[in-house]
Design a protein around this ligand. Structure first.
Ligand SMILES: [Zn+2]
Length: 119
């Protein structure tokens, strides 16, 4: 029996480097945020992720690079009211976004960035 041609299986095309990061996550508690933040930290440290752009572009985000925000958070316990950062996988170019609304307690998310996320 002739097989119908199927579109290429997307699961096999997924970049190995950022595969663990591709699942969307709701960051509705600090524990979940910390888990993804640790992955971001590790990605930045080993060069698999880079900030893109380097400075935050969200209109509500303080103009603080992610690394500085994270350092202030870990060493001084200082958090911005709201933040939004973009990262890019250095292997495949996929961009990711993390955002959190701490001030309103609305939580946040980590996911693959959409075009409409860019301000
Ligand atoms: Zn990738």
């Amino acid at each position: 029996m002739a097989q119908k041609k199927k579109p290429a299986a997307k699961a096999d095309d997924v970049c190995k480097q950022c595969k663990p990061l591709r699942r969307e996550r709701r960051l509705d508690c600090n524990r979940k945020y910390q888990r993804i933040a640790k992955r971001i930290d590790a990605g930045l440290a080993d060069g698999s992720l880079i900030p893109d752009p380097d400075r935050p572009i969200g209109k509500w985000t303080p103009p603080t690079p992610y690394k500085k925000m994270r350092r202030d958070e870990l060493t001084k316990g200082i958090w911005p009211d709201f933040f939004e950062y973009f990262f890019r996988c250095t292997a495949c170019g996929t961009r990711f976004i993390i955002y959190c609304d701490i001030y309103h307690g609305g939580g946040g998310a980590w996911r693959i960035a959409k075009k409409s996320d860019d301000v």
